[in-house]
Design a protein around this ligand. Structure first.
Ligand SMILES: [Ca+2]
Ligand SMILES: [Ca+2]
Ligand SMILES: [Ca+2]
Length: 343
């Protein structure tokens, strides 16, 4: 009795067959489409347990979707690589938030994403100011120029650590993590903000990294607000400092992926580092998978707050890269361990 290979066959060919730790069939790049024939031969020759090394021929469909048909579309296509140009309204993703879109959060919220960088530099000034983050390498920017007006916030990288600030009017708070996240590995970052008590938190890979009490109340972008900075407002910006205010206010350089914005405080304590892409659920107001692969339109998987990729600079960014938090390395062949039982 042969276990069915049907969930795996689409987009895969057998690259090799191993038996008792030895490679007994190696296709050496030749696509073995008619693997059932090989199977019959193998079955005729062997008894016991073997396993197959499968290699994708059409990676457009992520492997985990093949394993779990109907599952949430995986964030395994692309991530965006920003270069920190910090000039000319380029090298960033911009999401319009006025007239109001769901991404204009201002009550309870959680913003979480994956990042990968070795970028150094940037400073953070934790304390009773909501602007202590703006001298870090800005990762997510919902600043308004100068004082917080109705409200503003932002997330930056400073000396490898996460800096998160919230302001409302003249009241503000900036908190600063202690974990070095700029170690060249994919790291999961989540920040939360509670509107009723002002509590702010930073989580790194599910572990609480910093917390503090910030301003309470609504900090969303004031509807219909006039602005003297039309490149900056009314936008939520990913991957850059939105005002292009100069080298004292640097931009993030590195990869970002799977940014989810929620209108609840999702995490009140340590949680398991996500092992799969963020899902769209009832609390998700926006989700950016960055899986487009080309073009200027940035899709919001939650639907209501699409963005724009503003490409340019030297090197030009942001560019789509296939290095993502969940993808199998191109050098690591996916393996399916399938018992072969002969009777
Ligand atoms: Ca992605
Ligand atoms: Ca500000
Ligand atoms: Ca608003």
């Amino acid at each position: 009795m042969l276990y069915s290979l049907s969930p795996l066959q689409k987009g895969y060919v057998i690259a090799a067959v191993h038996f008792c730790g030895e490679v007994i069939v190696e296709t050496q790049g030749i696509e073995m489409r008619n693997y059932r024939l090989w199977f019959v031969r193998i079955l005729a020759a062997l008894s016991g347990v073997a396993f197959l090394v499968l290699t994708p021929v059409a990676p457009a469909t992520p492997p985990d979707r093949l394993m779990h048909p109907g599952a949430e579309p995986a964030s395994t296509g692309y991530a965006l690589r920003f270069y920190g140009n910090g000039t000319g309204d380029i090298d960033r993703v911009k999401v319009r938030i006025d007239p109001p879109t769901p991404a204009d959060v201002g009550g309870d919220f959680t913003i979480e994403f994956w990042m990968k960088t070795t970028a150094s530099g940037g400073t953070c000034t934790p304390g009773a100011s909501g602007d202590g983050w703006i001298t870090g390498r800005t990762i997510i920017d919902r600043d308004v120029y100068g004082g917080g007006d109705h409200g503003d916030y932002g997330i930056a990288l400073a000396s490898g650590r996460i800096c998160f600030g919230v302001a409302q009017g003249s009241s503000g708070r900036t908190i600063y993590g202690s974990t070095n996240v700029a170690n060249g590995q994919w790291r999961h970052i989540a920040v939360t903000r509670d509107a009723s008590n002002g509590q702010m938190q930073i989580f790194v890979d599910g572990q609480l990294d910093a917390s503090g009490a910030g301003p309470t109340g609504d900090i969303s972008y004031r509807n219909g607000r006039s602005t003297a900075y039309p490149n900056s407002d009314p936008f939520l910006v990913f991957g850059a400092e939105k005002h292009d205010a100069g080298p004292d206010y640097p931009s993030y350089s590195g990869l970002l992926d799977d940014i989810r914005i929620s209108n609840v405080v999702r995490y009140t304590g340590a949680f398991a580092r996500p092992a799969a892409p963020h899902a769209v659920d009832g609390s998700t107001v926006a989700l950016y998978r960055f899986d487009e692969g080309s073009g200027t339109i940035i899709i919001d998987a939650a639907g209501g707050s699409p963005g724009e990729r503003r490409f340019g600079g030297s090197p030009a960014g942001p560019v789509y890269v296939t290095d993502t938090p969940f993808v199998l390395s191109p050098n690591l062949k996916p393996r399916a361990y399938l018992p072969l039982v002969v009777r």
